[in-house]
Write a protein that binds this ligand. Structure first.
Ligand code: ZN
Length: 315
């Protein structure tokens, strides 16, 4: 094991884990890391609808606006519920009136290693969500890799399958002028667990409308390292999902153990420093799946979440 890996890991458990395992103008406007570093601007702030899971989409838009967020990440399930009684034009008007912009639709789940009928459904879902994203001027749709099939696979096989699927989905998104933000998951059953592997895949896909989500929880659980951020071209990073986590062994941490930024054990300041070093200055979006928070008033929770982000991001 090389020296830098040893130095930069966060927990002993990581030592035993394998390491390999819009609108177009929105991201076209991103500048290179070298340029941005000299004129680094603060990240924009976004609320992810998972944080306020029990609130409906209209409430999420109003909540994000009241708390002063720049963006909202839309949960796909809330979107579908909203569209049962409203039109896409209603949604566009809701955002326009609020002053909050849509950042992404979250998410198309488990896009890889699916059987043919499930994959056909993924393509249909991609078409549907990208068309809605285009209509409301939402630059990104988030896509999530599948779980390992029984028996596991080599990194080569994961890369081959994931690149092929992402190219096909990126072509669908491109027709709508939308980009796909690929989010790796740190859990051991996920086929893409690290930033290093996710970035290798995104580079191999080699399309202008595909980039990454880094979620601080998954970054930690999957044993990604600060060096992996330092190796990243910021143009390939579309969204930073920010959250914290309780101090539990890695194999016991679940999404429900997420916390507001600054309340847990994640080294968010080191991550944020690394983002500054590479010149990433786009959006930090607070995404927490904590049932205890879902019982809170969403307006109060959103205010607290924004204050917690501002403190950690030193805004
Ligand atoms: Zn996330």
């Amino acid at each position: 094991m090389s020296g830098w890996i040893k130095e930069s890991i966060w927990r002993d458990e990581c030592l035993t884990r394998p390491l390999t395992q819009a609108v177009l103008t929105h991201y076209a406007n991103q500048t290179s890391g070298a340029k941005v570093f000299a004129t680094y601007k603060p990240m924009k702030l976004s609320l992810n609808g998972a944080t306020t899971m029990k609130a409906d989409l209209a409430t999420d838009v109003r909540t994000a606006a009241a708390a002063g967020f720049d963006y909202l990440e839309i949960r796909a399930a809330k979107l579908r519920e909203f569209l049962k009684t409203h039109s896409v034009s209603d949604l566009k008007a809701l955002f326009d009136q609020s002053g909050v912009k849509p950042l992404s639709i979250n998410s198309i789940e488990y896009v890889t290693f699916r059987d043919p009928s499930a994959y056909a459904q993924i393509r249909t879902e991609c078409e549907e969500l990208c068309a809605i994203a285009q209509a409301i001027a939402c630059p990104y749709v988030v896509v999530v890799p599948g779980k390992f099939p029984p028996g596991g696979l080599s990194s080569y096989e994961v890369i081959e399958e994931t690149v092929s699927v992402l190219r096909e989905l990126a072509s669908i998104a491109e027709r709508h002028g939308v980009a796909l933000a690929f989010e790796f998951l740190g859990q051991r059953d996920c086929s893409v667990q690290t930033l290093e592997l996710a970035d290798e895949i995104v580079q191999k896909v080699n399309r202008r409308n595909i980039g990454l989500v880094i979620d601080s929880f998954h970054f930690y659980v999957g044993c990604s390292t600060i060096k992996m951020i330092e190796a990243l071209d910021p143009k390939r990073l579309f969204i930073f999902h920010i959250n914290d986590a309780e101090d539990l062994p890695l194999d016991q941490l679940t999404d429900a153990n997420r916390l507001l930024p600054g309340l847990g054990i994640l080294k968010l300041k080191e991550m944020i420093e690394a983002f500054k070093q590479i010149g990433y200055d786009q959006v930090a979006s607070v995404e927490i799946f904590r049932p205890e928070y879902w019982e809170r008033d969403p307006f109060e929770l959103a205010r607290d979440a924004k204050a917690a982000m501002e403190k950690v991001l030193q805004l």
